[in-house]
Each structure stands twice: as structure tokens, then as C-alpha cells.
Design a protein around this ligand. Structure first.
Ligand SMILES: O=C(O)CCC(=O)C(=O)O
Length: 297
């Protein structure tokens, strides 16, 4: 990894195996911005395997559900809780993902909270409203915002096809109240408008294999996909062992994360192992209302 970050906020780094480390510079960039971008975190072989697992084994058709935005357009989500030994299960177990997330959050042990695939069909996919992941993870009984996610581009995720947007540094503003708007929980709109005046708004443009690792208090959103390009992304989330939730809900309590070396995904030929993953059914997922009517405008 390069020593000093590049990009407008100096928080972008290049993944260069095997030197990838969370240096003081990387940690400082994360602490200041609430996220870092790692260019080329997955190589073409790894990204190709993830894509193949999602495209050819029927998981999306069987388990994905739509989550209407405020105007009724639907991005789709595929969500599961436990990892496994297949390509999809290995991603959050890789050292370069899990240990990086762990170090960015201060070094305490993390466990896998869930993995999602976030999908926006060409010309149809809807938006995700401004929100913090902790806005609803708070309601799940996680007492502290000791949670973090990797959003990994499977397709190009750019402004044109509804890529991610963030308010840089907004994790430092603390937790904002969240309420349903359409089928999604969004952050209090008036508060977001105030926060937009003090934190820079940034479109995060990612190419396949690029990842953004972000703090659970970072305000983020994404627009509709009006383009001819599909936009799929892989999103693994972690919680600290010391932040084990105080109530049972649709995501797991602490269980040990079995990390694997960085070559394991590249060498894996197990493309799909749905058993044991526990795909979340939208009817039990308290953070969304899949298929619901959009809110009155
Ligand atoms: O996929 C997206 O555009 C947004 C994803 C997101 O906000 C989330 O998973 O929390």
C-alpha cells in the first residue's frame, strides 16, 4: 500500500499484496474521513469469481428482494448472515478485508455481522436514501457504534449508475434518528440538510475490485440507476466482539470469524454453498419493508 493517501481527501490507497497494511497514515485518513478507498483490493480473478458465483448459481433469483425507495423504485438486496467456505463466504474472511477492518476500528476482535449484495438493474434500479448503517443497527441492540463495512464494486459503481455518495467526515456528527421512507430507513431529513452544510459531499466512483471501507456512522446514499449499466456491489459488515448485541434479532450474536490467507479466494473452486448461510427473509428483517408502498409525497 502506498504510504500517503491520494485523491481529493487523501484517503485513497492502492492494494499491493503482500505489503497491504494499516499504517498510521491509513488510520488517520479513516479517522478523519470516516472511510478509506482501497483501489484494486480484489484482483480480476477474485472479482470474476464473485461475479460468477452471483450470476450462475441462482442465489439472486431465489433469495433477493426489492426495497422500495421514497418514489417506489426498487434496488434489490440479497442478504445472508454466516460465511462458509465458498467464494462468497470467503470474501469477509480474507485477511486483507477482515484484519484491515479490525485495525481501522482500533484492533479489537471483529465478527461477521452479515454480507449483502446490493443490486441496481440498468435503467430501473432505485436509490438508497441518506442513512447511517448504525441508524438501524442501533435499533438491533448494538450499544456502541463499533461496526464497519466493506462495500466492494462487482460492476463499475459510478455516479451514472447509482454509485455510492458520502458526506466526508460525517461519522464525527454522531448518530442521527432514522425513520421509514418507502421501504427503507433514512436519516432525519432536516438533520441531513444541516449536516450537508458542514461535511463535503463526495461521489465515490469505484471500478470492479475497488472497495470502500466505512464507519457505521458515516452518512451515505446512492441515486437511481438511469443508465444502461447494471450496478452490483458486495457489502460485508462486521461488529466488535465486545459490542455483542443485547437483543436477539435477524443478525447473529458474536461467533468467531475464521480468517483465511489472501490467496485462498483466488484458489477457491467452490462457487456456491448456500447451506448454512441463513439468507435473511425480508419479512423478518426489521430494517426494511420489502415490497411496501412508497411514502406519500
Ligand atoms: O448499494 C448502495 O448503493 C447503498 C448501500 C448501503 O447504503 C448500505 O448497504 O448500507
Amino acid at each position: 500500500m502506498e504510504k500517503t493517501g491520494f485523491g481529493p481527501f487523501k484517503n485513497e490507497f492502492k492494494y499491493e499484496d503482500p505489503e497491504f497494511r494499516v499504517t498510521d497514515e491509513v488510520r488517520k485518513a479513516f479517522d478523519e474521513c470516516g472511510f478509506i478507498i482501497v483501489r484494486g483490493l480484489m484482483d480480476d480473478v477474485e472479482t470474476g469469481k464473485i461475479k460468477k458465483s452471483l450470476e450462475e448459481y441462482g442465489l439472486v433469483e431465489k433469495y433477493a428482494y426489492g426495497v422500495p425507495d421514497a418514489v417506489g423504485r426498487e434496488p434489490k438486496v440479497l442478504l445472508w448472515c454466516y460465511t462458509g467456505n465458498d467464494v462468497l463466504g470467503l470474501v469477509p474472511r480474507l485477511e486483507k478485508v477482515a484484519s484491515t477492518a479490525e485495525q481501522l476500528l482500533g484492533g479489537d476482535e471483529l465478527y461477521h455481522y452479515h454480507t449483502k449484495v446490493m443490486m441496481k438493474d440498468a435503467q430501473k434500479g432505485g436509490s438508497f436514501e441518506w442513512h447511517q448503517d448504525y441508524g438501524y443497527w442501533y435499533k438491533n441492540g448494538n450499544l456502541r457504534p463499533d461496526m464497519i463495512s466493506l462495500f466492494l464494486a462487482v460492476d463499475p459503481c459510478i455516479q451514472e449508475n447509482g454509485g455510492l455518495q458520502v458526506l466526508v467526515g460525517s461519522h464525527s456528527g454522531g448518530r442521527v434518528d432514522h425513520n421509514f421512507d418507502g421501504g427503507q430507513q433514512g436519516a432525519d431529513k432536516e438533520r441531513v440538510e444541516h449536516l450537508k452544510k458542514i461535511y463535503p459531499h463526495c461521489f465515490v466512483n469505484l471500478q470492479p475490485g475497488d472497495g470502500i471501507i466505512f464507519h457505521c456512522l458515516l452518512l451515505h446514499s446512492s441515486g437511481p440507476n438511469d443508465s444502461a449499466m447494471r450496478r452490483w456491489a458486495f457489502n460485508c459488515s462486521y461488529n466488535k466482539r465486545s459490542n455483542n448485541p443485547v437483543k436477539k434479532h435477524h443478525h447473529p450474536f458474536y461467533h468467531k470469524l475464521d480468517k483465511v490467507g489472501n490467496n485462498v479466494l483466488r484458489e477457491c473452486d467452490n462457487y456456491c454453498e448456500p447451506e448454512g448461510k441463513e439468507f435473511v427473509d425480508p419479512s423478518t428483517d426489521a430494517t426494511v419493508k420489502a415490497g411496501s408502498k412508497p411514502a406519500e409525497q
